[in-house]
Design a protein around this ligand. Structure first.
Ligand code: ASP
Length: 417
């Protein structure tokens, strides 16, 4: 494995992990060796240990790179423009995503003829919905230290950008603090590199654990639903994003997918957009020439508010549950779903499984029963992994487009094979 690049190693680990998990699931009898030593021993320890290492990097890295990124952009006008464009892009792609999902759902009819007897129903958890005004109000931290401590991403972004702006305005008189952030940022990038060396082991263990206990029996009656979600995700990732990339930047989608795929593989194994932030910024910078002054802003923001993959799952789930419970949705309900799922995408944290919890808000908006979530819960993990990969790809495509429009991408690096 020594001569392979990190990306290749991540892929090999992903495939090997799947294979190993499936072998354990089908061929190794339950017992101490399989369950205690491997699944809940090695795999759990090294898999979760790795996720924790990545999570450890997120807050300090996002904070320092955002302060530096804001300082690098410098003027308020450009900053405002980048901010407005990014948020606009994120909202539009989410609305497209959910529309695709509603369309695919209506074509596939995932809930028609469902055999409820064959389905394992779990207890659904509902989200406490926060009003739209409070959602916006919550962006302003009352105590930035506590925001850092609890990892409240939007509050961290708000404070870091403000800090960067003030540092630019104060100029030379605050050089020491500016340098401190810039050096601290270098330290965090170096730490990311060190942690990433363990990625192949972490990815292998995470995927092996998931596949060794996934319970494929549950898939059968849910096949149409899964197919609906996966086709929606495929269309969004390979058609919508790639068309946008080509249209707005003229850059090759194939190169993009080739270079960004290890990050997708990583997001797939961990099912968390948040933990993927460091790798995403690093890959966009080193392999695709995207300046950190853009990515340090757009990637963490996207990991927090832009969940197109999640929105697709929610769209198909709406059709599925409506059909399963024989509820007819009126055209106006579809519009409501597009709106609430876009809002839910903003409120979904980039960690495993949260998309299912915010789904309760979408269901409530059109009067679908929350119990419906219990039906899809059992098979959600694999979809969670896949939609997370799409979530972070959307952020990266937006980042590349914004970087292109702001002359913040090195084309030689992007095109280098
Ligand atoms: N796991 C997803 C993410 O981190 C969120 C979700 O849909 O549950 O992006």
């Amino acid at each position: 494995m020594k001569n392979f690049s990190l990306s290749t190693k991540i892929f090999i680990s992903l495939l090997a992990g799947m294979l190993c998990g499936l072998i354990l699931f089908y061929y190794v009898p339950a017992g101490v060796l399989r369950d205690d030593v491997f699944i809940n021993g090695f795999f759990y320890l090294f898999g979760n240990g790795f996720i924790r290492l990545m999570q450890m990097l997120v807050v300090p890295l996002v904070f320092s790179s955002l302060v530096c990124g804001t300082m690098a952009i410098g003027d308020m006008n450009t900053l405002g423009q980048v901010g407005a464009k990014t948020i606009g892009f994120y909202m539009i792609t989410t609305a497209i995503a959910i529309s695709i999902a509603l369309f695919v759902g209506s074509v596939i009819n995932p809930g028609v003829g469902l055999d409820m007897e064959a389905i394992k129903v779990s207890e659904a958890t509902a989200a406490e919905s926060t009003g739209v005004v409070d959602t916006f109000l919550n962006i302003i931290p009352t105590n930035p230290i506590s925001s850092l401590a609890t990892g409240s991403m939007l509050q961290i972004i708000f404070f870091a950008v403000l800090l960067g702006i003030v540092l630019v305005q104060l100029g030379d008189s605050t050089n020491t603090v500016a340098n401190l952030f810039s050096q601290f940022n270098d330290i965090m990038m170096k730490m990311t590199l060190i942690v990433m060396k363990f990625a192949p082991i972490g990815v292998f263990c995470l995927v092996a654990k998931t596949f060794s206990e996934i319970g494929f029996d549950g898939f059968l009656p849910m096949l149409k639903y899964m197919l609906g979600v996966l086709s929606g995700l495929g269309i969004q990732c390979f058609v919508v994003y790639m068309l946008m990339l080509k249209l707005f930047t003229g850059k090759s989608p194939i190169t993009f997918l080739k270079k960004f795929s290890p990050v997708m593989g990583f997001a797939f194994s961990t099912a968390t957009s948040n933990a993927t932030i460091p790798l995403s910024i690093d890959t966009l910078y080193k392999n695709m020439g995207v300046s950190k002054k853009i990515s340090s802003f757009t990637v963490p923001l996207g990991a927090t508010i832009n969940m197109d993959g999640t929105a697709i799952m929610q769209g198909v789930a709406v059709i599925f549950v409506a059909q399963a419970f024989n509820i007819t949705l009126a055209p106006v309900d579809y519009i409501t779903v597009i709106f609430t799922a876009t809002m839910a995408s903003i409120g979904t944290a980039g960690v495993p499984g949260v998309g299912l919890i915010t789904l309760s808000m979408v269901f409530a908006s059109v009067g679908l029963p929350v119990e419906g979530i219990g039906i899809i819960m059992g098979i959600d993990r694999i979809l969670d992994m896949t939609r997370t990969a799409v979530n972070i790809t959307g952020d990266a495509v937006c980042t590349t487009i914004i970087a292109h429009q702001n002359d913040a991408i090195d084309n030689t690096v992007y095109n280098k094979i």
